[in-house]
Write a protein that binds this ligand. Sequence first.
Ligand code: PBG
Length: 327
Amino acid sequence: MNAYPLIRPRRLRMTPALRALVAESSIKKEKLIQPHFVVEGSGQTQEIATLPGICRQSTDTLVRQVEKDLALGIRNHLLFGLPESKDDHASGVCGEHSLIFRTLRELKKHFGEDVLLATDLCLCAYTDHGHCGLLSSGGEILNDETNEVLARAAVSYAEAGADLIAPSDMMDGRVLAIRNALDAAGLKNTPIMSYSVKYASAFYGPFRDAAHSAPASGDRKSHQMDIRNAREAVLEALQDAAEGADILMVKPALPYLDVIAELKHRVTQPLAAYQVSGEYASLVFAARAGAADLPAAALEALTAISRAGAEIILSYFTRQLHAERWI
Ligand code: PBG
């Protein structure tokens, strides 16, 4: 192998044009998805202390927000519903009167195919105990019964106009249940973006603040993945692919680049990564404390996620990146 002085890697770093020419990866605006938190009522814009720059919004405010986002070039959106009332069987998760159903209808009425609407699908924001599934009288999550509710909700969201159904609950077999229910309802062209590899992470803190969805007791370790495992991620991803998931997601993103890189070689579905609330907040608060330059640090994190192999990135930086023309 040739070596210095014949080989000088710095040659290709001498000008911006050369660096751009040989760059191996890039962030693409059309591959970013902006998350939104939807609340009941009208005229609502509620700031979230641990998630600066992101608000809870009522449907009418969200319509205006999405209009502004579209003007910036943001087409892809992910919706989280934060209902006012919760119960033990998550009855607010779907149906024509449910918050997300009404919001999807409203957004589609205004923007049609100009927007892509993904809906997060999990019971945790809809149950009074805050768990991601229905509970037995002994407090155990009822996996298969939960799948039935998720499948009904998926059909309801698809009927309301969702372009992508994104189950984030981590029950076993839920992708199959959702796929079967969608097909049986004549919705065979509605794709599923599965949170296939979702870890029991400490980086969801600000989200749980935003969504008031922390479990009242216990944790999510019986369904979300153990942070120590990487090979198990392959099992989860292949399983979801076999059940009919169209897009596979890893979450969180930056702490799990090894998992993204591994899956890139193992699956053929498009791969997504969720730069979660705690990843976003750590950079925003570090920048506020003077410890980081926000655009540079955020772009470095997003580039790393893309370099590892994620084609689609869900990120709370999406709007700021567009508005301030970071790229
Ligand atoms: C719902 C859900 C969560 C997130 C996305 N969907 C919270 C959780 O599992 O506790 C986290 C997203 C984020 O932190 O930005 N289950």
